[in-house]
Design a protein around this ligand. Structure first.
Ligand code: PLP
Length: 364
């Protein structure tokens, strides 16, 4: 079996795949209404929120776009905190829709500094919202969102969070941390295929929505709300992925959230220790190393494309390369969702075999 170890799409358990082979149903009929309501209620448990929560058909980026267009107007000032490719993407979406983006960029591999966010908010009272990534998948770094939230909330700003690769794997209690919008996607930690985004909307986000003028149709929260009151989505949803989520969420809640978070912590620790024991170096600030994706610096003189090709062809292990400016500089192991230490052992033994053949000699 192929060991798919990228940070999404992630492997799905057989129960989840099986349920996707079910025949289609009427997405406005009683059976599907029951399933959508159940999925929404279970998602709220994992998001740890009493806020409204919507299942959108689209990828995580669609959820990011929904967050922007539903809370902002052209000309609004937003602080876009970025520590990597996905933080940059959030800023780009806001800019394209006409927001006045105040960028706060940190060196890739570092976490965002809450004090710098405080200074940026102090310096500009016109900033209305803060866009931030919880877990930056492109660099393998998790921001200290609890600390950042307490700064943002001390200024009473809207906090809009891309938690696409953390929710469901790394603790991200939406209500406790006062996240006005939190976004995730089905193909990350949820053990389901791509196709759905999940988004929670706080009362303050609804207030922002009431005056938000950015153009929107497909993503309009008002439509989502109106339809969910009848257990429906405004447009045809990815029915089979909703089936998948129903089963995956049952598995998750049976395992228990604390156990899931602990498993991801354990697995990521094993990944980091294993990588180092092979003589490789982790990329970025290990203090903020992600529990869902491990970024590794490409050793001097090694062609990372060749290494990844050998892993795939000879060991059936699929790892991710770098993104953006890190394309040739790092490679990444995804360990979110359906993953245990055994998966990491497979990756490590494949790396151990493939590295010397790629020309790597660990320092003695
Ligand atoms: C995967 C990911 C996205 C983009 O999600 P898509 O489903 O590919 O659109 C955005 N942000 C983060 C942090 C991600 O990991």
């Amino acid at each position: 079996m192929v060991e798919l170890r990228i940070p999404g799409p992630t492997p799905c358990p057989p129960e989840v795949l099986q349920t996707m082979s079910k025949q289609m149903v009427d997405h406005r009929g009683e059976e599907f209404i029951g399933i959508l309501n159940a999925v929404t209620a279970k998602l709220k448990q994992v998001f740890m929120t009493k806020n409204d929560l919507y299942v959108l058909t689209g990828s995580g980026t669609g959820g990011m776009e929904a967050a922007v267009v539903n809370t902002l107007s052209p000309g609004d000032k937003v602080l876009a905190v970025s520590i990597g490719a996905f933080g940059d993407r959030f800023a780009t979406i806001a800019r394209i829709y006409g927001a006045e983006v105040v960028p706060l960029n940190f060196e890739w591999g570092k976490a965002a500094d809450p004090d710098a966010i405080r200074k940026a908010l102090q310096a500009d009272a016109k900033i209305k919202a803060v866009l931030i990534t919880h877990n930056e998948t492109s660099t393998g770094i998790t921001n200290d969102l609890a600390a950042i939230s307490s700064v943002v909330k001390s200024f009473d700003k809207l906090l809009v969070v891309d938690a696409i690769s953390s929710l469901g794997s790394i603790k991200c209690p939406v209500d406790e941390w006062h996240l006005d919008i939190a976004i995730s996607g089905s193909q990350k930690g949820w053990m389901a295929p791509p196709g759905l985004a999940f988004i929670s909307v706080s009362p303050d986000a609804w207030k922002a929505h009431a005056s938000a003028k950015m153009p929107r149709y497909y993503w309009d929260f008002a439509q989502a709300k109106r339809f969910l009151e009848r257990g429906q989505t405004p447009w045809t949803p990815a029915v089979s992925v909703v089936f998948a989520m129903d089963v995956a969420l049952d598995m998750m809640l049976k395992e228990g959230l604390d156990n899931i978070f602990a498993r991801h912590a354990r697995v990521s620790k094993a990944a980091r220790a294993g990588v180092k024991s092979l003589g490789l170096s982790l990329f970025g600030d290990e203090k903020y190393a992600s529990n869902t994706v491990t970024a590794i610096t490409v050793p001097e003189g090694i062609n990372v494309r060749e290494l990844r090709r050998a892993l795939r062809k000879e060991h059936q292990v699929v790892l991710a390369g770098g993104q953006g400016k890190l394309e040739e500089a790092i490679f990444r192991i995804g360990h979110l969702g359906w993953v245990t230490e055994a998966n990491i052992e497979k990756v490590l033994s494949a790396l151990k075999a493939a590295l010397p053949r790629a020309g790597f000699a660990a320092e003695k």
